[in-house]
Design a protein around this ligand. Sequence first.
Ligand code: ATP
Ligand code: MG
Length: 564
Amino acid sequence: LHFPRTFLRHSRRSLASLVIPDFEDISRGKQEVPEYFNFASDVLDQWTQVEKAGKRPPNPAFWWVNDQREEAKWSFEELGLLSRKAANVLTGPCGLQRGDKIMTVLPRIPEWWLLNVASMRTGIVFIPGTSQLTAKDIIYRLQASKAKCIAVSDTLAPAVDSIASECKFLKTKLIISESGRDGWLNFRDLLQAAPDKHDCVKTKNQDPSLIYFTSGSTGSPKMVEQSHCFGIGFAASGRHWMNLGTSDIFWNTSDTGWVKAAWSSLFSPWLNGSCVFVHHLPRFDPAVIANTLTRYPVTTFCTAPTAYQMLVQHDLSRYKFMSLKHCLTGGEPLIPEVFEQWKKQTGLDIYEGYGQTETVVICSNVKGMKIKVGSMGKASPPYNVQVVDDQGNVQPPGKEGEVAIQIKPKRPFCIFSQYLDNPEKTAATERGDFYTTGDRAVKDEEGYFWFVGRSDDVINSAGYRIGPFEVESALSEHPAVAESAVVSSPDPTRGEVVKAFVILSPAFLSHDPEKLTKELQDHVKKVTAPYKYPRKVEFVQELPKTATGKIQRSVLRKREWGQV
Ligand code: ATP
Ligand code: MG
């Protein structure tokens, strides 16, 4: 069986009434989590049965495309078959056993999904990483996680070879490639030869399943351990925030190394019987995104706020999207200006959600609810989400504090188990009855959460607390600003002041910087409370970002304070 070259055609079956395995009550906290749970056998294999009975619309379960118009299309049955073969590759030639760890650093290729599901089937702990990692990043991750196997494609194999001897736990190197490489096992060859019979292991709901490294927006990435039942936590949000059902085709553009890929390109759609749509997308190109939405019947789309920003700057009015009806975002705050532009150009709203690698969805705007532009929406079940003060006391509406999730007396089943090998960091997140997120927000009278900034990013100027997000949002309403990042900067009288790093729109590059600074300052004073205006402005060509595209304000801040 060769893919992605091979086009696996999905068989069309009659559309009868739907039988959907329903985990929504569990994900709402209304029903206990089953003692044993495995996403592969309890969700995916169930959909195979539904599909075989002709009770699912004729959508593929997985649909992968690339720029060369190659495709892979699998039904749930085909996904089952291929992932069982992959499971046999892991436990056979790769020599892995239940509890061992595999680090998988792959571009958006179908094998990422196969290895992920194969890990569930075998009880092997799956550790995704983004393919933008360098040899230095990989060695840090391999040593920290003690992974026994690493799976990469051609691009990263030399980097792995350069450091492999320093990783004493690493036993097997698995390459996903058309050709072989010395010292490596070739996954595609092994997959073809592997038997397709495999009994899924029985996993307890809290057995470790995934390890994610956080984005590293604030420091070294932490290892977040998630259990087998983590995935169930997306049943309600998948249905109501993402608005997914069995006839939906969901395209989420996240890199496979980011937890958002698990949220939106695996758990949420497959819990709801939807099709996971993937574009290989070697680099972010607005034209490719727009063309793909024009060419394929994608109903639901999710991308990062910065990507929406690039899309609206590309001007989408000239495209006609084939089937798009629901748009989502998360991972960073969505600037209101981008929401408005997207609405103007496509006629669609963007439903923002908020969460972390440590959690499932914490807040979201669910379909049918009034969207308050600039807010992250309301608390998402099963979490009890509150704003708390430094002692862990719940704050009343309107009062700023840290976003926190109640974990006592009962810890939600779908929150991380721990930061692996870091009990101090794990303990430091707990305050009173709550897990604290490190993010500051205000909850309004109607229960909507308004993001202020990461705790470390909040600026304290002459007694005023200023969240960078509000200032950045205000700046973005000015036509000269393509993108900006706002941080604190030292000041002899005020202690610290607001400084804005601004990337200019092309049309303003030749303008006088002094005049422009004044104009931007006046603009911010006009659209938001004047004390927030940036006393310092610096025009830059780029902003420091994490591999997942998030602005690293901490890097700019440290530079300002001479800490680098
Ligand atoms: P690290 O923990 O290593 O510094 P990180 O926090 O960026 O990295 P992630 O877990 O990927 O790693 O990101 C979660 C964070 O992203 C949240 O804590 C929050 O700061 C930010 N975030 C996510 N969604 C939103 C949103 N809708 N609005 C504002 N911020 C968001
Ligand atoms: Mg974090």
